[in-house]
Write a protein that binds this ligand. Structure first.
Ligand SMILES: [Zn+2]
Length: 379
């Protein structure tokens, strides 16, 4: 009877056993777990260690990820703020294509109010005939093959006139290579009809150079394809190679602008390491006294010379005449001089008067490679 009552559930109604509370259930579970641990001591140690190990692994990863995302957010915020600040400081420097600029391109290398002084060289000790120097001087080098022949290095002081920035202003570039030579004509790699222009200049008996655009410190535009200090090594290599392939027959390279880039040693090393296997020389235009071009070329065994006089920082005929006289004096003291000018009206006029007088003054007009040979004592 009692069992029937119990089965129907009616007998327990008077003295009900309260259902276990959540707390009691937890306590019961804990007690049974503790009992299991008591019975399986080794199992529980292994299980606990595993739990600790994987727990810290996952937890650590999660914490690192959290820190990282925090850092990324901060960086993004800062970059955006920097961009906003930069935008408000004035017009961006333009790195446009020269062809897109209306009128004549502005390709002066002068920074306002800073005419660059004439630099003379300290007398160099007689070059030791190291293996490296012998290789740089050997006849299979491109600078030798592409040189304008020049014999007498000894009897007269040598004057090398280099005309930079050639190829953009077509009429004045043509007037430059129609001057009596041998001059050294340095072509920008982004000039139009470059190969034809270069052939015309070479046909007039001038030596050719590649005028490689490099980053200035000012806001002037070095033109398309210029080498910038912010570039990766691979990009500098790629741009240099593209410029070196832009035409043929040049003896070497000199820098267009580049007061920032030529003082950046890693970049200059990358450039010069590409000139070496091609057998090209490097003329350091020395647009800044901080340039490491000549020193680095020397260290890497790239045949090199330096600019001594800038002819036309001041673009008046009178000023160019004075600079030509300065170049003569340096040549007499040093035995050679490298003077750089541009196809400006004043420069073309002053040169057309001065060039026919050179021989009568006991000087020899010479291509850049003749100065290279004389500077290094190579015949
Ligand atoms: Zn230039």
């Amino acid at each position: 009877m009692a069992s029937r009552k119990n089965r129907s559930g009616k007998a327990n109604r008077r003295s009900p056993k309260p259902p276990p509370t959540a707390r009691e259930r937890l306590r019961a579970r804990f007690r049974s777990a503790a009992a299991w641990v008591d019975g399986h001591r080794w199992h529980s140690i292994v299980a606990g260690s595993l739990l600790l190990f994987f727990g810290s692994l996952i937890g650590g990863y999660w914490v690192a990820e959290w820190f990282d995302s925090f850092d990324r957010d901060r960086l993004a915020r800062e970059t955006i703020e920097e961009m906003k600040r930069g935008a408000s400081t004035g017009p961006e420097p333009k790195y446009a294509r020269i062809e897109d600029i209306p009128g004549l391109p502005k390709y002066t290398e002068v920074e306002p109010g800073k005419p660059r002084p004439t630099l003379e060289e300290k007398p160099r000790p007689a070059a030791k005939s190291t293996q490296m120097a012998a290789a740089a001087a050997s006849s299979d080098q491109a600078w030798r093959r592409n040189a304008v022949p020049f014999r007498d290095l000894k009897s007269k002081p040598l004057v090398a006139i280099v005309i930079d920035d050639v190829g953009l202003d077509r009429p004045r570039s043509k007037r430059a290579w129609e001057l009596p030579g041998p001059l050294t004509i340095s072509f920008l790699p982004y000039a139009k009809d470059l190969r034809d222009q270069a052939r015309a200049a070479r046909g007039r008996g001038h030596e050719l150079m590649l005028h490689l655009p490099m980053e200035p410190t000012g806001r002037n535009d070095p033109g398309p394809g210029a080498l910038l200090v912010s570039m990766s090594d691979a990009e500098i290599r790629q741009r240099t190679a593209a410029a070196l392939d832009s035409f043929e027959g040049f003896a070497g390279v000199n820098n267009h602008m580049g007061s920032r880039f030529t003082s950046f040693r890693p970049g200059m090393e990358t450039v010069l390491r590409q000139l070496k296997p091609r057998g090209l020389m490097f003329l350091d235009s020395r647009t800044t006294k901080e340039s490491v071009g000549d020193q680095t070329a020397h260290e890497l065994g790239v045949p090199g010379i330096v600019r001594h006089v800038f002819l036309d920082d001041d673009e008046s005929v009178e000023a160019v005449r004075r600079k030509l006289a300065e170049a003569e004096a340096v040549a007499r003291r040093q035995g050679f001089v490298v003077a750089i000018g541009h196809p400006h009206e004043a420069t073309l006029q002053a040169l057309s008067e001065w060039l026919p007088t050179v021989q009568g003054k006991g000087l020899a007009l010479a291509p850049a490679t003749a100065v290279l040979r004389k500077r290094n004592g190579w015949d």
